[in-house]
Design a protein. Structure first.
Length: 322
């Protein structure tokens, strides 16, 4: 069987239309139809049938589809291994980062790949954890850093960093204690991001064992807007240490660590299990590990009296987006 015709067959099945599939593969519709017809002639089976909404695989087509995908995957793995043998690998690498991490990690990531793999097209895509996770499972990303993602049998996950959580308030407000218990968060006028923000999901999960539910006075999706309200004394919020560090440059917010039982937000490196490993993806995974470790060293140790010291954010500092 011609591997290219198998690819055309899979594309038509996934698109559900000769017109859409032809546009994706860069062929005219008659040319694509001709290639499918030659595949059907070779196999002696009708593979596709027209429906009111396009085309769908016949019984024979449904039987062929998983085998076709498996053969295409094997062919791609062979190509990837050959690319690995090249002195200068080529191709494309898609990395996903939450906005907060993208602001600090994109520059060193790009610099590394421009130096080590100049012929690789690097794509850095920003998004919330829930979206990046979906893109990994769909095969749109080679690797991503996520905040506290739900487990998936389709993803390999490695915790790179645990960031303790802090209650954050305006520096001009009543002085916060060095620590606050998680269950007392319901007593504070909270301003939080709405679900499916990863931090919000984590907080809701933490409160469930106490039979408590957070009821924010305001839900704000924008980190900058949220922190403006906090600095004005409208309410309090919760930040992981890495986000709090971005606001630790002056004197108009204060922070109190949530404890004594440690509550942390995890930065997780995730890769699709089904995606073949290549020299380039292995290098990407290693540099992401190193960058996460470097960010750990850069974070100030906020404890005791330092938690209560008012801090002011510089304009444009990264925030909550997870």
């Amino acid at each position: 069987m011609d591997i290219q015709r198998l690819d055309y067959f899979v594309r038509v099945c996934e698109a559900g239309s000769f017109t859409r599939a032809a546009a994706e593969v860069g062929l005219s519709q008659p040319s694509l139809s001709r290639q499918i017809a030659l595949l059907e002639l070779e196999l002696g089976q009708r593979l596709l049938e027209r429906t009111g909404r396009g085309v769908a695989p016949t019984e024979a087509g449904q039987a062929l589809l998983p085998h076709a995908r498996a053969m295409l995957d094997l062919a791609q793995q062979a190509r990837n291994q050959l690319v690995d043998l090249q002195a200068q690998p080529t191709g494309r690498l898609d990395i996903g980062l939450p906005p907060r991490l993208a602001r600090s990690l994109t520059l060193p990531l790009v610099q590394f790949f421009r130096k080590e793999f100049p012929r690789v097209a690097l794509s850095v895509q920003e998004g919330l954890t829930i979206h990046l996770r979906e893109w990994l499972i769909a095969g749109r990303l080679d690797a991503a850093l996520l905040f506290d993602p739900p487990a998936s049998p389709q993803l390999a996950c490695e915790v790179l960093l645990r960031e303790p959580l802090f209650l954050v308030a305006a520096g001009s407000g009543p002085r916060l204690p060095a620590r606050v218990r998680a269950r007392t968060l319901v007593d504070h006028p909270l301003i939080l991001p709405p679900e499916p923000n990863a931090l919000r999901v984590l907080l809701d999960t933490v409160m469930k064992p106490y039979g408590l539910f957070l009821q924010p006075i305001v839900e704000i999706g924008s980190a900058q807007t949220l922190m403006t309200l906090v600095r004005r004394g409208i309410g309090h919020t919760v930040l992981p240490q890495g986000a709090l560090a971005a606001y630790a440059a002056g004197g108009d917010i204060q922070a109190s660590r949530i404890g004594p039982a440690p509550i942390s937000s995890c930065i997780v490196l995730a890769t699709p299990i089904a995606r073949p490993s290549t020299r380039v993806t292995r290098a990407a995974i290693q540099i992401l590990r190193q960058l996460a470790e470097a960010s750990r060293a850069d974070q100030p140790a906020l404890s005791g009296e330092k938690q209560n010291k008012a801090v002011r954010t510089a304009a444009g500092a990264p925030g909550l987006n997870q």
